[in-house]
Design a protein around this ligand. Sequence first.
Ligand code: NAG
Ligand code: NAG
Ligand code: NAG
Ligand code: NAG
Length: 510
Amino acid sequence: MASTNSSPLSFPLFLTSMFLFLQPLVSSFSIKEATVQDLQFAFQKNQLTSRQLVEFYIREVRRLNPLLRAVVEVNPDALSQADEADRERKAKALGGLHGIPVLLKDNIATKDKMNTTAGSLALLRSIVPRDAGVVSKLRKAGAIILGKASLSEWAHFRGYSTPSGWCARTGQGKNPYNISEDPCGSSSGSAIAAAANLAAATLGTETDGSILCPSSNNAVVGIKPTVGLTSRAGVIPISPRQDTVGPMCRTVADAVYVLDAIAGLDYNDNATIEASKYIPRGGYKQFLKIDGLKGKRLGLFRNEFFNIGEGSVYVEAFEHHFSTLRQRGAVLVENVNVSKYLSVYSTSTDYETLAMTAEFKLAINSYLKELVVSPVRSLKDLIAFNNKFSKLEKTKEYGQEYFLDAEATNGIGKKEKKAILKLAKMSRDGIEKLMTENKLDALLSPFSSASSILATGQHPGIIVPAGYNREGVPFGLCFGGLKGSEPTLIEIAYAFEQATKIRRPPSFKH
Ligand SMILES: *[C@@H]1O[C@H](CO)[C@@H](O)[C@H](O)[C@H]1NC(C)=O
Ligand SMILES: *[C@@H]1O[C@H](CO)[C@@H](O)[C@H](O)[C@H]1NC(C)=O
Ligand SMILES: *[C@@H]1O[C@H](CO)[C@@H](O)[C@H](O)[C@H]1NC(C)=O
Ligand SMILES: *[C@@H]1O[C@H](CO)[C@@H](O)[C@H](O)[C@H]1NC(C)=O
């Protein structure tokens, strides 16, 4: 039997030892904070079934979701999927993500009893043509689709003043480490749910910062993969040029197990054809190396990225981490004239928003057109919906300026083409030159501060918990790299995590 609602540490020590003396170890397995590997081990030892695991998460969602608002829907088929996984396991040991419940951001389509809505009421009862590419891969790996996570509605691309974590279907998502602080978005529900142990693992999506920022604020590990490494087919889009799907989990190893399951070719997303060349034979697990920092060259540019308030909690924590990185064998590369590379990003025009605004209209219209059934068929319909149901969608308070700006665009014209070329050139002359000319393995940055540099170049990043501020809000250290550098980033992130072990579960004292 799995222990359900308290960690072993919450027992007085003498009771715990008595308990262990009188009972077989079986009873002491705690689902809270268990890693994918812990869960697989417990399955093998008959200490746990997938049914018990799903029942645990459903109970925790019932208990905590009224406060946290991280989950939009629980899959009505999750328990039957768990029973099937338990039956399959009896026939043969499976491992990986088999029998592991995964929660999906609500912009990732599932062709089942659940809705896929990007958090908005406008898409309730729409029917998707098929599972998203990453969902097919999860099912193939034997994972259980636990449910859908809330998000900053429309992946935070509705209005400039929409608060991060705000979702019409659930209300405001909450940071489990401090209810009055920002969980960040747009993959807020995925981060909150992973942090608060409402799922074994979660998926988020990022266009610019939407995995990295909520991972940072909720003490979870987020992998923002190279664009195209994971299929975006069936994901409610913003920009096919920048969108990516990635794991958000409590440990680097868990995130890597999920990445192994979801990365790869999908003919419904042609970008995966080019990017699948990056996937190493044998997958990503082989890069979970305890000595992964040895000999790695890490770009540490204090003035450009770590200018975050002298004497602050952040500076203190990061300085400590820099010495840990050195102790573990990394070379911190500091004496580089980075302005030479980073000045290319300072432009008078915001090329990213310019391109994204036009790309969003094309991409969302094409997503909506492909739906089998839907109350809305175009961005124009979405805008009308938000005006008609302005109370429910809080249209007056939170606006829909991005929607309106996007609707006013007319495809990829001369202006947009120029913007897209500029972004590619900025990446080449910026981060790509910086990394190659200085032989860097990764670029260090706090929080999600490097997200735009990574996003506009389609580059990957991994964020790992790095500390907690005076309000108890977590923050992360991000390792950014060039396209396809996930193996190196995983080595670095894993070795850093194992050397620091900063993550602790939220206590819900606020
Ligand atoms: C999907 O949305 C409909 C309409 O609100 C609702 O009745 C149904 O319960 C939702 N499905 C799930 C699994 O929550
Ligand atoms: C992928 O590329 C092929 C060949 O160019 C094209 O026929 C197909 O429509 C594309 N598929 C998608 C989903 O864009
Ligand atoms: C750094 O590079 C910038 C831009 O290329 C240049 O103007 C500046 O003189 C350089 N600084 C140093 C100390 O070399
Ligand atoms: C949570 O944050 C608020 C400010 O938003 C602060 O006043 C409060 O002390 C914080 N709580 C904890 C437990 O740190």
